[in-house]
Design a protein around this ligand. Sequence first.
Ligand code: SF4
Ligand code: SF4
Length: 68
Amino acid sequence: MARRKKPQKKIEVDRFRCAYCGACVAVCKFNANELVETFLVIDEEECTLCMSCIKACPMRALAVKEVA
Ligand code: SF4
Ligand code: SF4
């Protein structure tokens, strides 16, 4: 029987909601996100999915997304 692959998750940014305020960057203890010009970039290798940034975002622009 084939082993089922574990579902992978990542933090997804809604670019239409994000106001580039930097609150999520300030709260991330793992330096896993960064504002690059007008984009929030999340380093999936560093991100621990701790969800601190989701809670900190005033625009509700962040969410956990399952990746196939
Ligand atoms: S806290 Fe929310 S609105 Fe602010 S930069 Fe991060 S994702 Fe964008
Ligand atoms: S989920 Fe946690 S580790 Fe990942 S970017 Fe947000 S605050 Fe940083």
